[in-house]
Write a protein that binds this ligand. Structure first.
Ligand code: GLY
Length: 335
């Protein structure tokens, strides 16, 4: 078993356990004075947790529409009817949607109760469940309501990854690929447990350095600017991780257009993405102009220049004021 510590001030640091069977260590990682445990999960996820304390399983529905304030209210009501107290604990067992919602419920129920995450997807284990970002969607947009609420522990049981549907696996891999340029190096050469742990270690360092995203945490959004635009323009035909894979290669092309990296570095982006079996090609039928507008978000940005996380001589960096004409021509050549 590999343990990675997320070092945070004020006694809020926590361990992330990575390895086959990590879920069996849950009892040791629950707060000692917690009497009851509410496990928030989804119907199709097997609850294979060895809990010795009184516990109850609460389900949330599948799909983004369930990542809502209504779900949060329903869960809080169920917790209140059961009598969960401030000293008890919530466990989020599932993918990113589940841990985002469970974490948000934990942040607001009784003004905050402890939460332990047991992410069951690759995306959850390497990213979503670590770092304390929680939240739900509004009709106006994704993740618009939320809180930073750090878990007390995270258990990344790599046994759960063996049964992931292929597309879910691919989505996680798209998000994993970004860590190659966040100091991960040739992650694709590592065995799975070590690869997951390496990503967790990088994320832990980034979060410890910039918990509230006032600086370097934004680097975790490498590849996401075009990815979000593809998701919106394509009506979510491509899932997030698949769109991030395309976004990473585009970001490399843009960095090369700006003279920040050599063609060999672009080729390395393609090698990694394609090596993971991901497509590095913009989906057919998306208009470059619409993608550009979505990436800029408003006209003022189009005039002042766009912001991207880009590779460069000193590694990744948030670069602002990028001329819209360069982004447009790179996108047209990429399409
Ligand atoms: N998923 C990006 C972050 O946690 O900041």
């Amino acid at each position: 078993m590999i343990t990675v510590d997320v070092d945070l001030p004020d006694g809020r640091g926590y361990p992330v356990l990575v390895g086959a069977g990590a879920r069996h260590q849950i009892e040791e990682l629950l707060p000692s004075d917690c009497r009851r445990v509410a496990v928030i999960t989804q119907e199709l996820i097997p609850v294979e947790l060895d809990l010795d304390r009184e516990h109850r399983v609460l389900h949330i529905g599948d799909g983004e529409p369930h990542k809502s304030l209504r779900t949060v209210e329903q869960l809080c009501s169920e917790l209140a009817r059961w009598g969960l107290t401030r000293a008890d604990c919530i466990v989020g067992l599932g993918g990113g949607l589940v841990t985002d919602v469970a974490g948000f419920v934990a942040s607001v129920y009784h003004r905050g109760v402890a939460v332990v995450h047991v992410p069951t997807t690759l995306l959850g284990q390497i990213d979503a469940a670590i770092g304390g970002k929680t939240g739900v969607n509004l009709p106006e947009g994704k993740n618009l309501v939320g809180a930073y609420w750090q878990p007390s522990a995270v258990l990344c049981d790599t046994e759960a990854l063996a049964t992931l549907p292929e597309r879910e696996w691919r989505c996680g891999t798209g998000e994993l690929a970004k860590y190659h340029w966040l100091g991960g190096g040739r992650l694709d050469e590592l065995p799975l447990d070590q690869r997951v742990a390496a990503c967790v270690r990088i994320k832990a360092e980034v979060v410890a350095d910039d918990e509230r995203e006032s600086g370097n945490r934004a680097l975790l959004n490498y590849g996401h600017t075009l990815a979000h635009a593809i998701e919106v323009a394509g009506g979510h035909d491509l899932r997030h991780g698949e769109a991030v894979a395309v976004g990473l290669v585009f970001a490399a092309e843009l960095a090369a257009s700006l003279g920040r990296i050599e063609p060999a570095a672009v080729a390395e982006h393609r090698r990694v993405i394609e090596g993971y079996g991901l497509s590095a090609v913009l989906p057919q039928g998306l208009a470059c102009e619409e993608l550009l507008q979505l990436m800029a978000r408003d006209k003022k940005v189009l005039a002042d220049g766009l912001t991207f996380v880009l590779d460069g001589p000193d590694g990744l960096e948030v670069v602002s004021g990028i001329d819209a004409g360069v982004v447009r021509s790179t996108l047209e050549a990429f399409a």
